[in-house]
Design a protein around this ligand. Structure first.
Ligand code: C2E
Ligand code: CA
Ligand code: CA
Length: 569
């Protein structure tokens, strides 16, 4: 047998037939004789066999039984069977076809007929095989797609599928106003930590089942986009957000998990269907973030100002590093006056950001962002240095100086080199420590009282005056006052704001001032804007005043001018 040619098996035929077939297919197939069923099977197992040809006129060989067995053998049914019959043996041909043969030819063999029939049979088989493979492939692809589309834990759409289906839904119903609801489960990580992961999974599945039960798939969609986050896309008029959250809470409570599990939602009402779905979902999630950590409010709607705030915040983070190198930050000085003498006794350095595109950005915007991302440490150091530079400039010009106070944001207290940095700074600019006052707010105290107390002691040993900023604006002001040695109390603006209208507010402010005097501390009242406020405060004691009544924060040049006027320079 020629190894390179695919084989035809001939069963039950005599020598002549075999020679004929070999002759007919010499260029295409090798012809192999199988004496019986076992020999045939053995050969098929080890070779690439195209067709089994069975001679019906065989002696000592049950051709029909052979055909039947081949046709029903799972491993062999893919190989076509053909029969050779004696001329006129219609009955035999019919029986062979009936048992599973595909074609027959008659003896004596005609070269053309045999070649054509074998060719046709193989072509038909090949077609069928392709069809079968295609069906199997399609089925596999469908399964794969399902796997890609559907979250296996909950049976809900995954994120990508949800985006696509939601876009389709909205475009198919352009006049239906939709809402996107972003749902989150409170403290889900804690649940996974406290209980077995199965508990977390049970919560997710139960939540998904609730959506499957209550959401008509023709009008709304639901997805588990990640971990414990679900997104719904529903017609706005079918959404009752309070009811939804309440029912979800009850559904999960019915699982009897000994932990309070609550749902929170952010809602974006789709006003512009041309917006990509992922951005709609971002808006819903932005609304959700607004109430994160808030245990009373359980849902929030997205509004445009929120988006503006986020964009601004992104811009701030994007530009901050370059801005510092590019000298976009500068300091302003706000003069602080003594209430009795009405003269400038110190100043507070306040940072300003002149952004090349956005113009001046208020510290109220960027300081909280920097406090969150840590950049405040670098910015504060920049401001301290700017303040020292200013003082050095004044001294070099032979002018008298008043101390400048700078803000020391709480994150600074985590820097191991904070004290050294300040010490090096006054050395570098050759200024005396009393000239640089340090303002500390109580958030630093709540973070780490021990460490703060030790650092403040070091500040005082060096000789830096330490101020307690925004006194009375938080919870632990009095504790901080009791435990730490401040030189000056800066009373928060909120106290001053009300003293004109409220006798009670005046009493409180008076008490604070007396308390500070008792503790031998100086007092600065912030936010004094009117003559009346000033009069009340002046009457209460010898305090310093920082406020628009006297002056807004000024560019250095303006401050110098104002100060020169006072000192006669
Ligand atoms: P703060 O330290 O309490 O600074 C006083 C703020 O009150 C300043 O706002 C000042 O302009 C404002 N102010 C002064 N007098 C009045 C008044 O009569 N009425 C009103 N309505 N406001 C008055 P500014 O400069 O916008 O700074 C806001 C806050 O940003 C500061 O509050 C401080 O917490 C932070 N900040 C500013 N510069 C820096 C800095 O260099 N580093 C750090 N860490 N924070 C800074
Ligand atoms: Ca301050
Ligand atoms: Ca303040």
């Amino acid at each position: 047998m020629d190894k390179d040619l695919p084989a035809l098996i001939l069963a039950g035929a005599d020598e002549n037939i075999r020679a004929d077939l070999e002759n007919i297919f010499a260029d295409k197939y090798s012809v192999v004789e199988a004496a019986d069923e076992a020999a045939c099977l053995e050969f098929i197992a080890g070779n690439s066999v195209k067709v089994v040809i069975v001679a019906l006129f065989a002696e000592n060989f049950d051709s029909f039984e052979f055909i039947k067995n081949l046709a029903h053998d799972d491993r062999l049914r893919e190989i076509p069977i053909m029969a050779i019959i004696d001329h006129g043996d219609d009955e035999g041909a019919a029986r062979a076809l009936d048992l599973g043969a595909m074609e027959f030819f008659t003896r004596p063999l005609s070269r053309a007929v045999v070649r054509h029939r074998v060719h046709n049979v193989l072509a038909r088989y090949e077609n069928r095989r392709h069809r079968i493979e295609k069906v199997a492939r399609d089925q596999y692809l469908t399964e794969l797609q399902h796997y890609i589309d559907i979250d296996s834990l909950t049976g809900l759409y995954r994120r990508g599928t949800f985006y696509k289906k939601a876009a389709d839904l909205m475009h198919a119903n352009p006049y239906v106003p939709y809402a996107i609801v972003y749902l989150d489960i409170s403290c889900f990580k804690v649940i996974n930590d406290l209980f077995h992961i199965d508990t977390g999974n049970r919560i997710l599945k139960t939540t998904a089942d609730y959506f499957k039960r209550t959401l008509n798939p023709r009008v709304g969609l639901c997805s588990r986009v990640e971990a414990d986050h679900f997104i719904l896309c529903v017609p706005q008029d079918t959404l009752d957000i309070e009811k939804l959250i309440c029912e979800l809470d009850i559904t999960i409570q019915s699982l009897n998990i000994s932990h309070n599990i609550l749902f929170y939602a952010g809602v974006y009402i789709v006003t512009d269907i041309s917006l990509p779905i992922d951005q709609m979902c971002d808006r819903a999630s932005m609304a959700l973030r607004k109430i994160k950590g808030n245990y009373v409010t359980r849902y929030a709607y997205y509004d445009a100002s929120l988006r503006e705030r986020m964009l601004k915040e992104q811009m701030i983070v994007r530009d901050m590093d370059f801005a510092l190198k590019d000298n976009q930050f500068t300091i302003f000085l706000q003069p602080i006056y003594n209430s009795k003498t009405k003269t400038i006794v110190s100043a507070e350095a306040l940072v300003r950001w002149f952004h090349p595109e956005s113009g001046m950005i208020s510290p109220g915007y960027f300081i909280p962002v920097f406090e969150r991302n840590g950049f405040i440490v670098r910015l504060d150091r920049f401001v301290w240095e700017a303040a020292c530079k200013f003082l050095r400039g004044q001294l070099d010009a032979g002018k008298p100086v008043v101390p400048v106070s700078v803000n020391v944001s709480r994150l600074n207290f985590y820097s191991f080199d904070l004290v050294i940095f300040l010490l090096n700074l006054i050395k570098k600019y050759n200024i005396e420590p009393w000239m640089l006052k340090l303002e500390v707010t109580e958030s630093a105290y709540t973070d780490n009282p021990q460490q703060l107390s030790s650092i403040i002691r070091q500040f005082k040993e060096i000789g830096f005056p330490v101020l307690m900023d925004d006194f009375g604006s938080g919870y632990s002001s009095l504790n901080m006052l009791k435990n730490l040695q401040f030189d000056v109390l800066k009373v928060d603006m909120a106290f001053v704001r009300e003293i004109e209208q409220s006798e009670r507010a005046r009493k409180i402010l008076r008490t604070i001032i007396e308390l500070a005097e008792e503790l031998k501390m100086g007092v600065v009242t912030e936010g004094v804007e009117t003559q009346t406020q000033l009069d009340y405060i002046t009457e209460m004691g010898d305090v310093d005043i920082q406020g628009y009544y006297f002056s807004k924060p000024l560019p250095l040049k303006d401050f110098i001018e104002l100060f020169d006027k006072q000192t006669g320079n």
